[in-house]
Design a protein. Structure first.
Length: 461
């Protein structure tokens, strides 16, 4: 079957013939649907399906009658696979003890050819037409709904805030190690940075929708393809644009407060560059991600800018190599989240002119690029420790190497399967999260040891 559910009548009959029995369905004189199991003899060349006249039932000849074959195979503890079905419509001619259906059209789906999630996405325009027709019929808007909590999580992609919280907290801890800590400023920095990311998340959906990237994507996953709330009719484009504006305004207000109370030239520059990188990620004219610069923008924004920004707030403008060196592993790992998440989106991105790295490069180059960048994160960490820039306890991050290897090994067999790759994307996100947490733990140990045993060497000299 093709990727769209509409198929020709002959193909529908050929598919229908593979099922041991079928369900005949029609609408009776009173307007009620009638369904009955039958065993049809199918002739795709003649375009007919013949079955015994159901006992006690009259099959109408003046309206559509359909035959449906379906199959579903439960997998305990996993879900379902091998899902498929086909329906053939036509007119019925009753004879002696038999009914012959002359096929006119057909519709069907086979999970072996089109995964369920892709099938759902491709079928969604039909659902929207249904809701539009129902709205016109009732004279009031009818659309899908989601509880406020789940809608807020989906719209803002709130769980991904760890990408911001980790580098900001790391910058605050490094400043504390150097003797600078302001609790109020730290709290404002975390909240302000979170608003920046929320604004970015929502703005991405707006600009990707306007530029056709999300509409062209028929293989979204829970980690890629945008929130889909606009495509699913849950939130309007105008509402999303308003929400993004609100988040950016709130972030800007907090930034102004921090500038007024802990301001410095370094903080001002970081704030301006951060705003440009955030908005220019998908927004014209910069559109970094559309030009293959998305990973660079993400690495810069969620690495040095976030970490150094938090650091200079605490130190009132003082800079050092330590927070910069600590930001490199985090920057590389967060960029790899985007990098892997772009793999299942590459066909839709290519159709929309979104020239991401997985769109531009071959499968082998993309997988090789992941391995080089992941290795680079660990090399940067070790180099920082060996050079005496980072404290020895930050080597705890090396415990995440098995996670990086799992992702590396999982890319090859799942590269062409967006839904098989989804588990690998989840591990890749965990890699960034756990690496960040272990860096935070390393600096927490530095603070504790420095307080209780100040003579213990924590840096390579």
């Amino acid at each position: 079957m093709r990727s769209t559910p509409e198929i020709d009548a002959r193909t529908g009959l050929e598919k229908l013939a593979t099922y041991p029995y079928q369900i005949a369905t029609w609408v009776d004189e009173a307007g009620y649907p009638v369904s009955v199991a039958v065993e049809a003899a199918i002739d795709p060349v003649a375009g007919t399906a013949t079955f015994a006249t159901p006992t006690g039932l009259a099959v109408p000849a003046d309206r559509d009658v359909s035959l449906t074959g379906s199959h579903i195979h439960p997998q305990p503890g996993y879900g379902y696979d091998e899902r498929r079905h086909v329906t053939v419509w036509g007119c019925a001619v009753s004879g002696d003890h038999a009914v012959t259906l002359r096929a006119r059209r057909a519709w069907g789906w086979d999970e072996a050819e089109v995964p369920f999630f892709e099938y759902s996405e491709r079928s969604f325009p039909q659902s929207r037409k249904y809701f539009d027709a129902l709205s016109a019929e009732r004279g009031t808007p009818v659309k899908p709904r989601l509880s406020f909590g789940f809608l807020a999580l989906r719209t803002t992609r709130l769980p991904f805030l760890t990408a911001t919280i980790i580098p900001v907290l790391l910058g605050i801890l490094i400043a504390a190690r150097n003797g600078s800590f302001d609790l109020v400023a730290a709290a404002l920095t975390v909240v302000g940075a979170a608003f920046v990311q929320l604004g970015l998340n929502v703005a991405n959906d707006v600009f990707d929708t306007v530029q056709g990237a999300d509409d062209a994507n028929v293989t979204p996953t829970k980690f890629s393809g945008g929130s889909r709330v606009i495509q699913y009719g849950l939130v309007s484009l105008r509402q999303m644009a308003t929400l993004a504006t609100v988040f950016y305004v709130l972030a800007g207000l907090i930034g102004l407060v921090l500038l007024a109370t802990h301001g410095s030239a370094a903080l001002l520059v970081i704030g301006i560059v951060g705003f440009i990188v955030s908005l220019g990620y998908t927004a014209p004219p910069l559109k970094f991600v559309y030009r293959g610069l998305g990973e660079l923008a993400v690495a810069l924004g969620f690495g040095p800018l976030m970490l150094l920004g938090a650091y200079v707030v605490q130190t009132r403008g003082a800079l050092s190599w330590e927070p910069f060196a600590a930001s490199i592993p985090i920057a590389l790992l967060v960029a790899l989240i985007l990098y892997v998440n772009e793999i299942p989106d590459r066909r839709g991105d290519a159709r929309a002119g979104k020239r991401t790295l997985p769109v531009r490069f071959s499968r082998a180059a993309v997988i090789g690029g992941y391995r080089v960048a992941a290795a680079g994160a660990y090399v940067a960490l070790v180099a920082g420790v060996v050079l005496g820039i980072l404290p020895i306890p930050t080597l705890l991050m090396l415990l995440t190497i098995p996670l990086a290897l799992r992702v590396s090994r999982g890319l090859e067999p799942n590269y062409e399967n967006p839904y098989g790759l989804m588990a690998i994307m989840g591990v890749n996100i965990q890699l960034h999260l756990f690496a960040g947490l272990l860096l935070l733990l390393g600096y927490a140990l530095v603070l504790v040891v420095g307080a209780v045993a100040p003579g213990v060497p924590l840096f390579v000299r």
